[in-house]
Design a protein around this ligand. Structure first.
Ligand code: BMA
Length: 331
């Protein structure tokens, strides 16, 4: 597969913008973060895996908490002295780990979607915070579901999320891991319904496995820009600390109808982000790009944040007009 990241995507020259070197507590991998502009600053909540690393790789030893960082420009980050959230603080024996946070600001409050590993399956949670110190959990979906992202405003009177359930029984052997992107709606961010299939994995260009939402969608006059990730399984071992790793993750982008986001009105026919640099190709799981944040600046620059190789956090930028042309296959 010789796809290439399109030329209009510019990787930040100081990538990775966040790595363990910036974290003043136990940290082995910093990745799959959520981003927002909040109260005049950029804020980032990142996944921190610790307790095992490249040298002492062993299943079962690893732990995860969520870290917090602030920035004035969205590029240079300073990490707070302590993690901001940890499943251990919830005092709930069912919940083992929270990870892969996604941030959406709605009416002045910051909402955080996160994956939850529990003793009885993987679930998708939504919490709200105003200070990144106290988090109030609003809902946690039934298993198996994760990769949730919230739209930043109500649409036709209802909140809306994209999500990625993981159905195993209903699919044929050929599509066993072909998980799709769905949506649900809610009057209050607690009760969710009207679930609908938005994009089936087999309809995602360049993908032979599963897909999922990337960053919370961003509004443009032409539709909601929504980043995705998608997976290509290969029949050889990719460079990684994880023995036998064979799934390459790419970033993709689509455009959803403003009034009815279940309707896809444009989708990039090629990957938007292809793992190409050392920090994307080598790490815990090499060849992984996992977009989790997108910020549209007033000058039309779009900041795209992504976890790379499940090890570091990176930034790429693009002009919003190029992204809009890309989803319409005009470039
Ligand atoms: C997914 C999740 C992500 C991870 C990705 C690549 O299934 O576990 O957290 O980044 O795999 O390893």
């Amino acid at each position: 597969m010789d796809w290439k990241t399109p030329d209009f995507i510019k990787r930040c020259p100081t990538n990775p913008i966040l790595d363990t070197g910036k974290v003043p507590y136990d940290a082995a991998q910093i990745f799959n973060a959520g981003f927002a502009r909040y109260n005049g600053r950029y804020v980032c909540v990142f996944r921190n895996d610790y307790g095992r690393g490249k040298e002492d790789f062993a299943w079962g030893k690893g732990k995860t908490n969520l870290g917090l960082a602030f920035s004035d420009d969205g590029i240079n980050w300073s990490v707070e002295s302590r993690p901001c959230w940890d499943a251990a603080w919830l005092n709930d024996k069912e919940i083992r780990r929270i990870y892969d946070p996604r941030l959406t600001v709605i009416d002045g409050k910051c909402y955080i979607c996160f994956a939850v590993d529990t003793c009885h399956g993987v679930r998708g949670g939504i919490a709200v915070t105003e200070d990144f110190d106290k988090f109030e959990i609003l809902s946690i979906a039934v298993p198996e579901n994760r990769n949730m992202v919230l739209f930043p405003e109500k649409i036709n009177g209802l909140y809306m999320r994209l999500e990625r359930p993981m159905p195993v029984y209903g699919r044929s052997a050929q599509f066993k891991e072909s998980f799709d992107i769905w949506s649900s709606k809610s009057p209050d961010l607690k009760f969710w319904g009207e679930s609908a299939l938005v994009l089936a994995a087999e309809n995602m260009p360049c993908c032979n496995c599963k897909i999922g939402p990337g960053a919370p969608p961003v509004k443009t006059p032409y539709g909601w820009l929504a980043l995705t990730h998608f997976v290509n399984k290969v029949d050889y071992e990719l460079k990684a600390w994880h023995p036998g790793w064979n799934k390459a993750y790419y970033g993709g982008v689509m455009l959803l109808d403003l009034e009815d986001p279940n309707k896809i009105i444009g989708i990039g026919q090629a990957p938007l982000l292809v793992p190409e640099t050392d920090y994307e190709l080598d790490g815990f799981r090499g060849s992984v790009i996992f977009p989790g944040g997108m910020i549209l600046e007033d000058n039309g620059e779009v900041k795209i944040y992504y976890g790379a190789a499940d090890t570091v956090e990176c930034l790429a930028t693009a002009d919003v007009n190029d992204l809009l042309k890309f989803v319409k296959n005009e470039i």
